[in-house]
Design a protein around this ligand. Sequence first.
Ligand SMILES: [Zn+2]
Ligand SMILES: [Zn+2]
Length: 132
Amino acid sequence: MDATFLAKIKSNYPDFKFVTGAKFAFRPPKTIVIGPEEPEDASLLLHELGHALSLHRDFNTGAKRLKMEVEAWEKARELASQYGIEMDDEMIEGELDTYREWLHQKSRCKKCGLTCFQTPDGSYHCPRCENF
Ligand SMILES: [Zn+2]
Ligand SMILES: [Zn+2]
């Protein structure tokens, strides 16, 4: 990642703590983990910053999680134009597809394959296998 860009981000967001780690992540409330260097790392950093600025806290609920990811990328796009960073739309779609796929897998009943419904606490229930 361009050192000047990173320095700019750090000085523009003094409230956040930037640490390095195994992969890009946002740890609420204020820590942004910078992952290993790669072609898209500036976009990924802006994405995590997008989570932080959107005040995302609870990452548990499936459907909400996808919404948060979309929101963070929208925020990242705004920031990218502000900082003159080029964003790869295909990369973003790919990232979102991973979550869509994850959500789909998660919402399938492990026993019968039926699509489950989610209760507000974030857990999934099968209408066929579970009795209420
Ligand atoms: Zn994210
Ligand atoms: Zn089932």
